[in-house]
Design a protein. Sequence first.
Lengths: 400, 203
Amino acid sequence: MPFRTILRISPAVWLFPALVVISIAISNTIITPPEPYSPALTGAGEFAIVLVAPICAAIAAWEGGRLRRARWWRLPHVRSLAYIALSALVAPICVGWITIVISTAFRLLNGEILLPDLRILSVAFVVILAQAVLGFTIGIWLPTVVAAPLTLIALFLWMTLPPGLNTFWVRHLTGDFSGCCSLNTDIAPSAIAGSILLALSFLVASLILLTQRIGLIRISASLLIAIAGFTLGASLVRGLGPEPLVPRNPKLLVCSNQWPKVCVWPEHKSRLNEVSEIARRAATAWKSTGINVPNTFSEYSSLQRNENSFGFSILANRVIITNSMAYSMLPPTPNCPEDKPWLGGENQEYLNAWLDEVAGLTPNQISSVFSPDVLQTVARVRHMSISEQRAWYERNFRMA
Amino acid sequence: MTLWLKVRRAWICIITVLVTVLLIDLSKHLYLAIPNLLGGDMLKMPMPLILGIAICIVLGWGLGSGNPPLEAVASRPTQLLDTTYTLAITLLSLILCIILHSISKADVILAAGRNVLGYAGIMLLGRSFLGSNAATVLPTGFAIIVAMLGQDQYGRIYDWAWPLAGSEYKLSWVLAAILLIVGITCYLGRMTILNNSAWGNEN
């Protein structure tokens, strides 16, 4: 089909401007970290897929319906079925891809970076392709009046129902990665593989049915492939939690040379010297009271001895960074059962406030973080001798 | 009459109503996570509120399956039968939802029954203004737009977004009923125009 004809007759082309505006609005509903972190911004931009993919599939079903109504599909024709299908599908697929690229580019440019996360973007491309081909197949075999709305509503339910379910793994198969990522996490490779596998299985299952006649064997083979793809995809993502995330590769950390060593993610490199200086002052003050101070403060959640993990936002000030380092000095939060409260939690507040004040923060600076009772108690402790303060700290540390 | 019922796919429609109402009951605790385009957190839309679309799709398919020029000159009052059929299917859905509501006490089932009335009205409007094939896309698109734009950033439902309102809001029932009445009126009006033009062609 000539390109100009595609532009003239395809509903995808007419709907393109509206789709772009809605996609940008949808992607803007996702709050990302203020740092220019590509997976987070790409995940937010790609979130528009929850609507874009079903709409492209519905348009493809409409295009399939045109061929069905004109009986082009079943009658003898000179051109191959693949060529005919591609002519009808090129507009909805390209519009879907371009829309996702635009909404992602919009988020990336707002975050002042240029490179998208190609893994997330490739999942979006495969999902749009698979859903469009599925829609086209439905359009070929069902009347348009049923096919287009059925495709739209069924795929919209598929994209929006899993996040509302308590079964976490299903939501990692849809191709929506809006939950990705905070700075210390990365997208789980198994979620990428699971989504692509499922989408490809639906693509192949649909292609099997894209013939002039379908028999029981073709329907069975198609169903079998779809079920196999779903099962394999599910087995890949079954172990994941509510978000499809894994810890970020610690090899990417950028570290300082002085004591204590401070390691931050590349997005925080511009503030490494400042944070390093804050850490040096705090660690020196804590050491002077006789408490154990680690040699390393890292943004990577490490379980190694002598290495504390802390975190901060690119917008954080000295008070927040010092408080985060002080918090990293406390015992880790235990994994309590729901019916057994964590009694040490209260002690941690007092310890944290004390560490903050020793590190040089004034009660005024931390008054928004701790209650007046905590600050009054810490003020009384601070009037004691150094050895008494250390004894108070160690007693509470054991209880926390 | 038998042929008319067959052409309108009455049995498929009745089965669809039964299955959809069953699904509405089974999914009463399920929610869709919808992005709120007006800001705020993700919206939680009860799944049954959107399922009534299935009934409208099959109803629209049946109504579009006839042969309008032939039916326009038929001795039986086809347009009256079609109107009665549409009303019967929507009322059957509503009555089944009322029965299930009285058993399970879930408010959302009653709201889903109300939505079938409104969606059917929009589908009939679609038939009148967009044609038979696009008719069922209209209520589907409306349901999705309402899901994404029908609540403000604090989760308050706008008056026009009647499909999201609880069954206790009388205005939502009034709006759904008005849509059904307007839809039927437009459908009858369009059929009358078709009839006249068919006779005009004859003469």
